[in-house]
Design a protein around this ligand. Structure first.
Ligand code: F6P
Length: 343
């Protein structure tokens, strides 16, 4: 048995844990694993390396992905799907494990549906926005990175009696902003799921200052949107292979609005790709490992067209076709209870 594995889309901490666990599990069943390099690009070009338990044993602590990644979409061009099918045959693969977010997994689902390609999916993203799994690995590391950064920003904010606005990633879901904001006792959190109330935010910052707290922390998700009057377009015009615009920039605008409306000196920090870099947390290593084992088991059982997912504390299998296409946004219930903290 020869199993291919690839990592597509934005990298995230924990990818190497999945690779390591899958390689070892396939090896235990007398199989061989090939790593396809740089996401779907490697699958199209048949660019691969052999992976062994020895070559992957110590990668669990490394961030990113040893296979490289890209946002390549073979479906952008029909010819590339043919090349991919061809490369799959030439490499002699019996199954392919695709580790990715919604874009990567949608390609996997289509290849399975259109060409019966023996696909298995593993969900990943720091954004935590995939609908069929309770949590995605990468998210835990990411919110801890943000938490550490905000803890540091707090001391300088306090020294200078400033407001610090921290922009987080997360695309159109507010998970990273919400969790890191709660973990750092932020004064206000702006997420895409809730219309931004700038008046309320500014009043709160002023009230807290008047009550004796001389500084403030605001966490804003890159996907949060402001009204037209506030004059900000969060989106770039450049789109990737999957048609997604690049987000970012709202932190600076929110900081400017706070300073103008409240008169409080305000600075902003965009944490950007720091949130995806570096060593994975223990939680992400364990979740990645469990998903890698279960994905390899599906390959061994020749049970294709499935994605492995976390439900409660168990790893389950769900049809790839049902696992993709729906964004899992922040649970409004948790945001509602948090309102106690923003009064
Ligand atoms: O999906 C993960 C993510 O980090 C988003 O939070 C962010 O908007 C995007 O990827 C950034 O992508 P890139 O690495 O292409 O700039």
């Amino acid at each position: 048995m020869k199993v291919g594995v690839l990592t597509g889309g934005g990298d995230c901490p924990g990818l190497n844990a999945v690779i390591r666990a899958a390689v070892r599990t396939v090896y235990n069943a007398d199989g061989q694993t090939l790593g396809l390099l740089e996401g779907w690009r490697g699958a199209i070009e048949g660019n691969s390396i052999e992976l062994t338990p020895e070559s992957t044993d110590d990668i669990i602590s490394r961030g990113g992905t040893i296979l490289g990644s890209s946002r390549t979409n073979p479906y952008k061009n029909a010819e590339e799907v043919d090349r991919l099918l061809d490369a799959f045959k030439k490499l002699g693969l019996d199954a392919l494990i695709a580790i990715g977010g919604d874009d990567t997994l949608t390609v996997a689902s289509r290849l399975y549906a259109d060409h019966s390609l023996p696909m298995i999916g593993v969900p990943k993203t720091i954004d935590n926005d995939l609908s069929s799994t309770d949590v995605t690995f990468g998210f835990d590391t990411s919110i801890n990175i943000v938490m550490e950064a905000v803890d540091r920003l707090r001391t300088t904010a306090e020294s200078h009696r400033r407001v610090m606005v921290v922009e987080t990633m997360g695309r159109h879901a507010g998970w990273i902003a919400y969790f890191s904001g709660i973990a750092t006792a932020a004064d206000f959190i702006l997420v895409p799921e809730i219309p931004v109330d700038l008046d309320r935010m500014c009043k709160l910052l002023q009230d807290r200052r008047a009550a004796g707290k001389p500084y403030g922390i605001v966490v804003v998700s890159e996907g949060a949107t402001l009204s037209k009057e506030d004059g900000f377009v969060t989106q770039d015009t450049v789109v990737d292979d999957f048609g997604h615009v690049k987000l970012g920039g709202i932190g600076e605008v929110v900081a400017d609005i706070i300073e103008r409306r409240t008169g409080i000196e305000t600075r902003f920090v965009t944490l950007g790709h720091l949130q995806r870099g570096g060593s994975p947390s223990a939680y992400d290593r364990v979740l990645g490992t469990r998903l890698g084992i279960h994905a390899a088991w599906l390959a061994i059982k020749q049970d294709y067209g499935k994605m492995v997912a976390l439900r409660g504390t168990s790893i389950v299998n769900v049809p790839l076709s049902e696992a993709v296409g729906t964004l899992r946004t922040l649970n409004l219930e948790v945001m509602e209870e948090a309102q106690e903290l923003f009064k």
